[in-house]
Design a protein around this ligand. Structure first.
Ligand SMILES: CC(C)(COP(=O)(O)OP(=O)(O)OC[C@H]1O[C@@H](n2cnc3c(N)ncnc32)[C@H](O)[C@@H]1OP(=O)(O)O)[C@@H](O)C(=O)NCCC(=O)NCCS
Length: 174
């Protein structure tokens, strides 16, 4: 999956250094609900575990070959969003130096195109903390529609009881 400037490809163990460089920034993970990475070793472990599946990709900037973000979808069963049965949840982040250049929108459009072409998934759910409007903007640019708000008080969200805006993409086909 690629455009002129980005490639979505599987994560590699050799991405650990760049993953640590960008995912150790608290401005990235905390907005998405995960703690900043503390070491290259931790980033490597994330690549082997969390990113080690067929529906999570590195967002590679073709110009440099560097992984500058992650995007993917997966089971929503433990995310506590009001998902339909078997409805996957979509998620992503982009390294801070590359924000507001349209990269995430480009990556999300690519992933949606791939889902439409290669799967019969009828819809995707996602959500963002209401104090992170840029993420909602990305989803809406890609066709997601707001469906309401929820609140999650879980350790995976650092125990903060921040409201989450929930959005859904209906993948209508001919
Ligand atoms: C959210 C995130 C992925 C967006 O990535 P990005 O590559 O900067 O996204 P894009 O450039 O494609 O689009 C961002 C849009 O949000 C808009 N935006 C930025 N800051 C905003 C703000 N404070 N309020 C409203 N809109 C905002 C931008 O103007 C842009 O819209 P435009 O293209 O119409 O001008 C990135 O900021 C990020 O990784 N944040 C931390 C992790 C995270 O939040 N992940 C998602 C968890 S739900």
């Amino acid at each position: 999956m690629e455009t002129e400037r980005i490639l979505l490809r599987p994560w590699r163990e050799s991405d650990a250094e760049s993953l640590y460089k960008y995912a150790s920034d608290p401005d990235v993970g905390l907005r998405a609900g995960w703690p900043p990475h503390k070491s290259v070793e931790e980033s490597l472990e994330i690549i082997r575990t969390v990113f080690g599946n067929a529906t999570t990709w590195a967002v590679e900037l073709k110009e440099t070959g560097e992984a500058i973000g992650a995007i993917g979808y997966g089971p929503s069963c433990d995310c506590k969003l009001p998902a339909r049965e078997n409805e996957p949840i979509a998620g992503y982040w982009i390294a801070k130096p590359y924000w507001n250049q349209g990269i995430c929108t480009e990556a999300l459009r690519l992933m949606i195109e791939q889902i439409r072409e290669k799967t019969d998934i009828p819809s995707l759910i996602s959500g963002h903390f209401i104090d992170n409007p840029a993420s909602g903007h990305v989803m809406e640019k890609c066709g997601f529609v707001p469906t309401g708000e929820t609140c999650i008080d879980e350790s995976q969200y650092q125990g903060e009881n921040r409201p989450i805006r929930v959005l859904r993409l209906e993948l209508l086909r001919d």
